[in-house]
Design a protein around this ligand. Structure first.
Ligand SMILES: Cc1cc2nc3c(=O)[nH]c(=O)nc-3n(C[C@H](O)[C@H](O)[C@H](O)COP(=O)(O)OP(=O)(O)OC[C@H]3O[C@@H](n4cnc5c(N)ncnc54)[C@H](O)[C@@H]3O)c2cc1C
Length: 384
């Protein structure tokens, strides 16, 4: 949000009609009631909202904004090859099956997302073997929502071997997805459409909201393989966003980390362009900052995949002010202050303790059949 303020974007977001998002809600699949958290209640909260966006519209707005502010934009043009020399870098471009010439630059920031142009070029991309997940998702119109602020929350439902997201995109449209080990989907031998529909129908929390819902998109399947580059910079290059690393999308940290790293990267390079000798200090400082931020989310994601996380999370106590600290990290505070750090340590300690000595009730994470509505499947499918 701070970066968007700096770039003067909030007014454009509101004009584009992006919904304000006030927080999130966590459900365990065996319980009806979710745990809501609101950004305004976070430890040292600086904002009460962020945004829910449809990515295509959001990305287009940012692209146009960059062009308006002087960036030269070339759409439908890809970087096919890069070549580095002592004091410059050459990018060889391709546009719609024909060469588009080359661009010569002093430095290159790679923001090519999971394509990781430089990560592959320098072979610095390392995957996390324990986070090789698969997402199956679609968009729905007419899904039931609570009124007011509660209706803007991102919902997460934790099942025993999978988790679901419910993300309001616009007042009418909702994204629903399931994330699980790819092997479970492959073994089912079902089509993505059948798999998603059946997975939703088994979850009372979601199925009950789907009574009047219509699927309005294809069902998409995306590999969610988490990875990180071993280096975030080199002599004439830096990595930002998913090109630097991607962490499981549970806590919606992807766009946050992309904006966070994009801004930090640009600030560092801006100073280096004026005084190249500053690279020695600023590039490693950038890498340390980004690694720290990624560590925060990676640790959170690792904990999420233990059953004890949702058990401890579902029984929040106002003990030591822990819930506001967890809330702060979920809201994009990367926990650099000691006040958040020690509270997170206590939270992880409780999650660890729960495994050996139940300090809060155990949860089955198995949905109760009697909670399912009679007709769980969406009423119709209309692909637009
Ligand atoms: C299933 C799934 C669900 C997700 N859900 C969420 C969520 O709810 N919230 C959230 O915050 N994040 C989510 N993420 C993560 C989020 O999408 C990414 O972290 C985010 O898009 C990263 O932004 P980026 O700009 O680094 O990369 P991208 O958004 O991927 O942008 C990369 C750009 O580079 C371009 N490009 C690629 N290769 C080249 C090339 N060779 N030459 C020129 N251009 C190139 C691409 O066309 C693209 O425009 C999710 C990810 C997945 C897989």
């Amino acid at each position: 949000m701070k970066a968007f303020t700096r770039m003067n974007l909030h007014e454009k977001f509101l004009r584009a009609g992006f919904m304000k998002k006030y927080g999130g809600e966590f459900f365990s699949a065996c319980c009806d009631k979710g745990i809501k958290f609101y950004f305004e209640d976070a430890y040292q909260s600086k904002t009460d909202h962020s945004y829910q966006v449809t990515r295509a519209d959001f990305d287009k707005l940012l692209l146009d904004h960059a062009a308006e502010n002087g960036a030269e934009v070339r759409e439908e043009t890809s970087v096919e090859r890069v070549a580095f020399s002592d004091d410059q870098v050459d990018l060889y471009l391709q546009a719609k099956e024909r060469s588009a010439g080359n661009v010569r630059a002093r430095y290159l920031i790679d923001a090519s997302g999971r394509n990781s142009v430089l990560g592959n070029h320098f072979k610095v991309k390392k995957t996390y073997d324990h986070l090789q997940k698969l997402s199956i998702f679609a968009h729905y119109d007419g899904m039931w929502r609570e009124e007011g602020r509660a209706g803007t929350l991102t919902g997460l439902v934790r099942g025993i071997d999978r988790w679901f997201w419910i993300i309001p995109l616009t007042p009418a449209r909702t994204s629903v997805g399931v994330v699980l080990d790819g092997e479970i989907f492959r073994r089912s031998e079902k089509s993505p459409e059948d798999f998603l529909e059946e997975a939703i129908a088994e979850q009372p929390v979601i199925a009950r909201r789907m009574h009047d819902a219509r699927r309005v998109s294809e069902v998409h399947v995306a590999a969610d393989f988490s990875y990180r580059s071993t280096n975030f910079y080199g002599d004439r290059w830096m990595l930002a966003g998913d090109a630097a690393g991607f962490i499981d999308p549970i806590f919606s940290s992807g766009v946050f980390l992309a904006v966070f790293s994009g801004e930090a990267c640009a600030d560092a390079l801006d100073a280096v362009l004026d005084e190249p000798r500053k690279a020695k200090k600023l590039f490693p400082a950038y890498a340390r900052r980004l690694n720290r931020a990624m560590d925060v989310y990676l640790r959170f994601v690792d904990a999420w995949y233990t059953k004890e996380f949702i058990e401890v999370f579902s029984a929040p106590r106002e003990l030591f002010n822990l819930p506001p600290a967890i809330n702060a990290v979920l809201g994009g505070n990367i926990g650099t202050t000691f006040g958040i750090k020690w509270r997170m340590w206590v939270f992880y300690f409780l999650v660890w303790l729960q495994r050996y000595y139940p300090i809060v009730p155990r949860l089955t994470l198995v949905p109760k059949k009697e909670d399912l509505p009679n007709t769980a499947a969406p009423a119709s499918v209309a692909i637009s």
